[in-house]
Design a protein around this ligand. Structure first.
Ligand SMILES: [Zn+2]
Length: 283
């Protein structure tokens, strides 16, 4: 394996061959062709993977401290691979990377939580998880820029999707809506469901416009704004703030309208619609 020497914050300690199991917290470097290679360790959620060559994969991860990282995982498509199963989408792992010239290399991965497990066999929830990881991938555009709030939100959303809220299980689409609204808010696209999104006039208001940023007053209402049910705007406000108790026993018709408004809002504010959003069965 060829890995260029590059100074990193964990550089300077000698270690062992890339891919060999680390001896513990004292192991900070692996040995490449050009000498010791700096490594770093983090916790991460696997966002997506794609094939590389015969047996490798490129893994895109959202890390707690390092933000988004794309890294090569060597040999993981072989059945003998000790990493393979830990590097599937939705996996929460403790991972070590060796710094590479272009892409870093995964040298260790230890499973922390298998968020995929309760989603396997439930195509609807699985697809909603897909929308979550794709949204995180889109919203965290820069690699290796810390995105702690997005990381925490995604972890919580995947856990809630499979295991329910502190107030019990909720429909998958409700968990997805909550994730999408909060992820957009973290990225600076916070929707408003009470005050007018344009002039700030205190609400609630009857009209809603994704392009204007949410609820709009009579004066600011653009052509084509919709008039959702007041209960729907109240539900969306609760999902945005994470008030799960207020979302108990919501009628289907309100939830469906909330799904539509969330989808319209997200689609408008991300320049093109999320591919996976088209496959969600909202019913
Ligand atoms: Zn206004």
């Amino acid at each position: 394996m060829r890995i260029g020497w590059k100074r990193g914050r964990d550089s300077g300690k000698r270690g062992r061959d890339p891919g060999e199991r680390c001896a513990g917290p004292g192991c900070f470097a692996v040995l490449g062709d050009n000498g010791p290679v700096p490594t770093y360790r983090d916790q991460a959620v696997v966002l997506r993977t794609h094939k590389l060559g015969e047996a490798d994969r490129i893994i895109t991860l959202l890390c707690r401290d390092h933000g988004k990282v794309r890294a090569v995982a060597r040999g993981v498509r072989r059945t003998s691979s000790k990493f393979g199963a830990r590097l599937e989408p939705y996996s929460h792992i403790d991972v070590q990377f060796a710094t590479g010239r272009s892409l870093d290399v995964v040298t260790q991965a230890v499973s922390l939580h298998q968020y995929a497990r309760p989603l396997v066999g439930d195509f609807g929830r699985w697809t909603m998880g897909q929308v979550m990881v794709e949204t995180a991938d889109r919203l965290v555009a820069e690699e290796k820029e810390p995105a702690l709030a997005q990381y925490r939100l995604l972890l919580g959303a995947l856990r809630t999707l499979g295991h329910g809220t502190p107030d019990g299980m909720r429909p998958g689409s409700m968990v997805l809506d909550a994730y999408l609204l909060r992820a957009m808010a973290i990225s600076g696209y916070a929707p408003s469901f009470t005050a007018c999104a344009v002039c700030g006039e205190p609400g609630p208001h009857r009209a809603f416009s994704p392009a204007s940023g949410g609820s709009v007053c009579v004066s600011c209402r653009p052509p084509g704004a919709t008039r959702p049910r007041p209960e729907t705007l109240a539900l969306l406000g609760s999902l945005l703030t994470g008030d799960w108790k207020a979302t108990r026993g919501v009628p289907d018709v309100v939830l469906r309208e909330a799904d539509e408004l969330t989808s319209a809002f997200v689609t408008w504010h991300l320049d093109r619609g999320l591919r996976s959003l088209m496959h969600v069965d909202w019913s």
